[in-house]
Design a protein around this ligand. Structure first.
Ligand SMILES: [Zn+2]
Length: 346
């Protein structure tokens, strides 16, 4: 026991540290000292001074019962040697490094091996884009062949280029790459690895119905595939269209926050409402005082969202929200509904 080795130590076994309260050091070591300490040749042959010290100081635990010595591979928690671990020791690689998680993410992803290989080339910066080729062929054109607006790096080609943006937005995640900014693929991968960042956009249509005695509004949340996921109806105090429409967008933002949506596009068929929100982002004080509070509330509610936008939509594209607002106003049905809650009367 106790012979040092570049990678391992011989020990009886790694058991619990024995209790030697009255002696303060292991009995086995004491016994060895008694028999061998006078024999310096034996000490040099079988033990190192450092190993003996570590045993005495308790850094090396001894088995509570005598046991046959064996080899342990110290870099491995279980003591068993493996080629993989030996490689890591020789290359001085630490566990849980960012680079490790990067490759685990790529090689463990559920995609075709051909794509994994492609991603490996991108993430290891081995893809021969013009940015790389210029180092081999000086003087060559380095502009992106798609947009001619930037150097053709892999990050530009597959994320930043407007052609790439169109593809990312067209995919099922409906990603808006313009809302992000990365200096490297490593940064991108950290961002992309967070599931919330891959959630698509929720569309929110809203409208107000102004009746003779009361007003009511409706908000409809739908996914990218146009499937309606939630409906919110509410009673309104406004009898003017513009503040009513703004209130409907406000209700949409507040509901989106409560429902945990992250990326929301608010659609309204009131161009005046959409314009006033856009103008308010640059100068709130220019707005009519009736609208200021509404827009302040909207911005406050929407601040909990990761990304949000407001867009005007033609009235015929907002027909479901319009019909729901009228339905809620007629029937006094207000609250949050799943589509399954509605019967054929709607
Ligand atoms: Zn480009």
């Amino acid at each position: 026991m106790g012979t040092r080795h570049p990678f391992g130590l011989t020990l009886g076994s790694l058991g619990t540290t024995p209790n030697w309260p009255h002696l303060g050091m292991p009995l086995m070591v004491l016994a060895w000292l008694a028999t061998l300490s006078s024999t310096t040749i034996g000490t040099r042959i079988w033990y190192e001074a450092g190993s003996v010290l570590r045993m005495l100081e308790g850094y090396i635990t001894l088995p509570s019962r005598p046991k046959e010595d064996g080899w342990l591979w110290l870099p491995a928690p279980n003591g068993h040697v493996s080629v993989k671990l030996a490689y890591r020791v020789v290359k001085n690689l630490q566990g849980n490094l960012d680079s490790d998680s990067k490759w685990r993410f790529v090689w463990g992803a559920k995609m075709h091996n051909r794509l994994k290989f492609f991603w490996w080339k991108i993430l290891s910066y081995n893809l021969l884009t013009k940015e790389r080729l210029i180092t081999i062929f000086p003087g060559m054109d380095t502009l992106c062949p798609m947009c001619s607006l930037a150097i053709e790096s892999s990050l530009h080609l597959f994320w930043e280029c407007e052609y790439a943006r169109a593809i990312w937005f067209g995919c099922s995640w409906q990603m808006r790459t313009s809302t992000t900014s990365f200096s490297s693929w490593d940064d991108w991968l950290k961002w992309f690895s967070i599931p919330q960042n891959r959630l698509g956009w929720i569309m929110c249509n809203s409208d107000i119905s102004i009746g003779k005695t009361q007003s009511a509004g409706a908000v409809i949340f739908r996914q990218e595939d146009n499937k309606i996921v939630k409906i919110v109806t509410f009673l309104s105090n406004y009898c003017d269209p513009l503040p009513g429409e703004l209130q409907a967008i406000c209700e949409g933002a507040a509901s989106a926050r409560l429902l945990g949506y992250k990326n929301v596009i608010f659609f309204s068929d009131s161009a005046a409402a959409v314009d006033s929100i856009r103008n308010a982002r640059s100068n709130l004080s220019k707005l009519h005082h009736n609208l200021r509070d509404l827009i302040t509330n909207l911005v406050e509610a929407a601040s909990a969202l990761s990304n949000w936008e407001t867009h005007w939509t033609p009235r015929q594209h907002n027909g479901v929200a319009h019909a729901l607002a009228r339905w809620a106003n007629r029937n006094n049905h207000f609250g949050v509904f799943d589509l399954a809650d509605f019967d054929g009367s709607l």
